[in-house]
Write a protein that binds this ligand. Sequence first.
Ligand code: XIL
Length: 311
Amino acid sequence: SASVPLKAITHKYVGSAVAAQYLANEPDYRAVLTREFDNVTPENEMKWGTVEAVRGQYDWSGADAIVRYAQATHKTVRGHTLVWHSQLPDWVAALPADELRRVLRDHITTEVKRYKGKIRAWDVVNEIFNEDGTRRDTVFRQKLGDGFVADVFRWAHAADPAATLYINDYNIEGINPKSDAVYDLVKTLRRQGVPIGGVGVQAHLSIQYGFPGQYRENLARLTKLGVDVAVTEADVRIPTPADAAKLDTQASYFDQLWDGCQAVRRCVEFTTWGFTDRHSWVPDVFPGEGAACLFDENLQPKPAYLRINPW
Ligand code: XIL
């Protein structure tokens, strides 16, 4: 294994999504996470469906454990995520508009205040755009109108003024209709004084679909709006079974993702969506694809890791 950890080869935050369950039960998983990274993003533990599956019954156990681990190991936390149409409890989706608005405000205020001062950045809204750049037709949009986005940033900012507040989405790495829409919205929100401080590009890539065009240019144009950018959920899927050629292509994709962030001053963070093929969401969600992480199932660094970090 490499002798210099990833977190030591850059001034930017280097993170991984993490699951409380593996952190607690797998010492080797915990050891590699602790050694290589200096940011953690809870994979599911801060989502509404986890923290308040039943109205009024909160479960902060997983989120608390991850924040405690981060503090003990001097890592920052990326809070993920406050407003998302997915992993949203049915009881929330069923509320009438006026009540939804109050409950949404309470949810944001409660969660952000609970971890006030311990979260560097929050993914406030997640995946609000369609591929063509129109707004996704979620319950939030249907009941509260497009203006809910400005409101939720204001509520989150009031609860923890020190956290950097992000809009986060996938397929916005390159320049395309969806990233154009994100760009336009951020520009509008900034002009209106809405406290948005960053754009997260998830970077869930597949070697089957090519590397996103004008990735670096896209990061750069976003930062010209006065916000930070972050790579928030990087992984690079491979049609299974993996072989040496596919792993080499994967290495080139990860390397391009990494280098683009390094090249843009206000790209502040490079976070992967899990670090080991032992625990990745990819095989569950994309049948026939896998091996998307920097470390294999035995926690050995893959060619992609060694391309980014030859030290
Ligand atoms: C995924 C988790 O990795 C899975 O464990 C869960 O079952 C579904 O959600 N975009 C996001 C993440 O913003 O929250 C998603 O995480 C992956 C896609």
